[in-house]
Design a binder for this molecule. Structure first.
Ligand SMILES: Cc1cc2nc3c(=O)[nH]c(=O)nc-3n(C[C@H](O)[C@H](O)[C@H](O)COP(=O)(O)O)c2cc1C
Length: 422
């Protein structure tokens, strides 16, 4: 019987994804000039041959002054539509991703307070920007405090001018991607980056129209979404990646309110993930410290493959028409099919396995391959011995990112890729 993973999915904008397997966004850390380059294109050519239903690029930063890493592609100046060299660079990237017919969606991002000191052209000692001046807290121990201080500068509260500028930067980046021929953009509203910082009451203490209630905290994201809609063709997809909130947490209903607002503003898809630098659940490394309340997985979710399954079910119940993508933990055909058959999601996002096997969908969709072989199980990435006195969850998640970015770089060079050794 054909797998339900092979079914196409049509987004509200009309874009058809040929199957339900999405290569999830993974920062490639390959762009020294902060522009798409040949190495990046080589990696995406590999994924373009992999039988994916959609390819989400690693995060592209909307402001070269505020980056997630020093090696992200980014928008360097305002996009006026007249810079033909810029456009042709991005067109090559779009063609490499979509060479074999898979739609590619660019993830666009502003890291806000999570921009490392060394990432971005603003200077090591310049503050980051954020809805409110809330510094990053990775733990209360002396070591954690020193690491946080060395890694991130303190944020300053964004002014109205900053807010208007960042909205423009998101719109400019989306317009550039549409002109370049990509099929859509995904706003990175998860993992503690700027949009997530606005949505979340822990990081948004504003008292103006961008803070104070769940609705007001969603306004920044809604403004970006609405302005992008006006600036791109109606057939261009706009999605968002958001963090889940645990059912038992006080923010659960607030998150549901914000999702309802985003859905009414017109979303093509919602991707569900979770975690931040302070609590990296997206990599399967929940913060188990007493400060991290309500973040541990329930027994039911733990028994399943996907990290954020229960939350996806609840969103599905409340928004049956919304195209839902669930990312985190999928390693087997059986697990991916169960999530689709249970109605938890429409699209299965796959990150780390895609860095090891760029053609993973061809295995999952091959009816000749039995379920027990349609798997790519991954051990945790190795953590260097000298890191054992550092915060375990943070270092573990950092080791995962470093390891798999390394595999993406090998992929680009045409070298063999490896799952972490036992
Ligand atoms: C090397 C690496 C880079 C990542 N970069 C991004 C990113 O740019 N944007 C994003 O939303 N998530 C990023 N993630 C998280 C993945 O999209 C995904 O949510 C996470 O890896 C869990 O999925 P998995 O268990 O299938 O790997 C990254 C993950 C890895 C391993």
């Amino acid at each position: 019987m054909p797998s339900p993973l092979a079914d196409p999915v049509k987004l509200p904008c009309g874009l058809v994804l040929p199957n339900r397997l999405s290569k999830a966004a993974m920062a490639e850390l390959m762009s020294k000039s902060n522009q798409p380059n040949d190495t990046l294109l080589d990696a995406y050519e590999k994924w373009s041959q992999g039988g994916w239903g959609s390819i989400l690029t690693g995060n592209v930063q909307v402001d070269v002054n505020h980056m997630g890493s020093p090696f992200d592609p980014a928008l360097h100046t305002e996009y006026t539509g007249t810079d033909t060299t810029l456009l042709s660079t991005w067109k090559k990237y779009a063609s490499a991703c979509q060479k074999h017919g898979t739609p590619a969606i660019v993830q666009i991002c502003h890291p806000g307070r999570q921009s490392f000191r060394v990432a971005g052209k603003r200077g090591m000692f310049a503050p980051t920007i954020a809805p409110s001046a809330v510094p990053i807290n990775i733990g209360d121990g002396l070591m954690e405090k020193v690491i946080a201080c060395v890694t991130w500068s303190n944020p300053r509260e964004m002014t109205r001018g900053d807010i208007e500028r960042v909205i423009r930067q998101f719109v400019d980046t989306a317009r550039l991607m549409a002109d370049a021929g990509f099929s859509g953009v995904e706003l990175h509203g998860a993992h503690g980056y700027l949009l997530d910082q606005f949505l979340n009451s822990k990081t948004n203490h504003r008292t103006d129209e961008y803070g104070g209630t769940p609705e007001k905290r969603a306004r920044f994201v809604l403004d970006i979404l609405t302005e992008i809609r006006k600036a791109v063709p109606p057939t261009f997809a706009i999605g968002i990646k958001l963090n889940s909130a645990d059912h038992s947490s006080s923010t659960f209903e607030e998150t549901m309110t914000q999702i309802a607002l985003l859905v009414s503003a017109g979303l093509d898809f919602l991707e569900i993930s979770g975690g931040t630098y302070e609590d990296p659940q997206m990599m399967g490394y929940p913060n188990t410290s007493p400060q991290a309340q309500g973040t541990a997985k329930s027994a039911r979710t733990a028994a399943r493959e996907a990290f954020f399954l229960e939350f996806a079910h609840t969103v599905r119940e409340r928004h049956p028409q919304l195209v839902l993508m669930l990312t985190g933990g999928f390693r087997t055909r059986a697990g991916a099919e169960a999530a689709i058959n249970d109605g938890a999601c429409d699209l299965v996002g796959i990150g780390r396995p895609a860095a090891v096997d760029p053609k993973f969908p061809l295995l999952l969709l091959d009816e000749e391959v039995p379920d027990e072989k349609a798997v790519l199980l991954l051990e945790k990435a190795p953590v260097p011995w000298y890191a054992k006195w550092l915060p375990r969850n943070l270092i573990g998640a950092g080791a995962e990112s470093t390891y798999y970015a390394g595999q993406i770089q090998r992929l680009a060079k045409g070298l063999a890729t490896y799952a972490p050794a036992l």
